[in-house]
Design a protein around this ligand. Structure first.
Ligand code: F3S
Length: 278
């Protein structure tokens, strides 16, 4: 069986940047997981003493806190400053951007629509920068019964698909007199998605590597599943099942934007060793 890696896979710019910031900071805590990959977060804890705290009140005043790639809610940022923490911002610049846009547009009197998942930390953070009305929707129908102003600004979660964003944008254009559209979808996500799409059309089995709570990894998996029936989403080598590879000739590998290269290598090595002996 041949193993082929998607032309673009794994760490994106924002995650690479956040890890570098955390490694340089050392002896610090992240408020919420730095990235959506527990194995990498664990490596940072062991090798750089960068721990994880879920509750601000568990942080000691005057200590170092790192803001995760997906950003945090504004009220939490204020609280960190109140506690005199040394705040080290590892929010991805592509996430800071929509935070600024919604803050400015709501100040200008626009209703804000966010195309994204209400429960996702990135969206909770972005939403918190809105001072007026804000609505989070994944489909146009979610907005049907909402009396929107005639001035609306819309942004998208960085990991969403552009075609789905277009649907909600066209819906607003038909309904609202003035719509300000900001394309806040991240290119890194597309690059990994396009490469996974291309490879999964040719592969007999696809292994998508990434955190189970990583939105962009799940998107990759969905794309692969559409093209290749034998697609599997795993976080570590321990989850591999030799039966997946029986009688397969091409195994494709894709990985989410928060999957470290060392995890990808471990998995490839294990798949190679699983190969049936000739
Ligand atoms: Fe940033 Fe895009 Fe990565 S938003 S964290 S560069 S997937």
């Amino acid at each position: 069986m041949k193993i082929e890696l998607a032309e673009s896979l794994g760490f994106c710019f924002g995650v690479k940047r956040a890890i570098k910031i955390a490694e340089e900071a050392k002896d610090a805590h992240t408020f919420g997981p730095l990235i959506h990959n527990s194995l990498e977060n664990e490596r940072l804890r062991k090798d750089f003493n960068v721990g994880l705290v879920e509750n601000i009140e568990d942080l000691k005043s005057n200590s170092k806190v790192i803001i995760r790639t997906h950003g945090i809610e504004k009220k939490n940022l204020v609280r960190l400053h109140e506690k005199d923490m040394e705040v080290i911002d590892a929010t991805c610049p592509y996430v800071t951007k929509p935070q600024q846009i919604v803050e400015d547009m709501s100040k200008e009197g626009y209703d804000i629509v966010i195309f994204g998942d209400e429960e996702h930390p990135e969206i909770k953070g972005v939403k918190s920068y809105v001072s007026g009305n804000v609505y989070v929707a994944l489909t146009p129908s979610k907005l049907d019964n909402i009396a929107l102003k005639d001035r609306v600004a819309i942004i998208a979660q960085t990991t969403r698909r552009e075609d789905e964003y277009e649907k909600i944008v066209s819906y607003l254009m038909r309904r609202i007199r003035e719509v300000r559209v900001f394309n806040t979808i991240c290119n890194a996500t597309f690059e990994n998605q396009d490469a996974a799409d291309e490879l999964s059309m040719r592969a007999d089995v696809m292994v998508v590597i990434g955190g189970k709570n990583s939105s962009n990894t799940k998107q990759l998996f969905r794309i692969c599943e559409q093209n290749c029936n034998s697609s599997y989403l795993i976080e570590s080598a321990a989850e591999l099942d030799p039966n997946w590879f029986e009688n397969k000739s091409l195994c494709g590998i894709s990985a989410g934007a928060s999957t470290p290269a060392w995890v990808i290598s471990q998995i490839i090595e294990k798949i190679e060793n699983l190969k049936p002996k000739k």
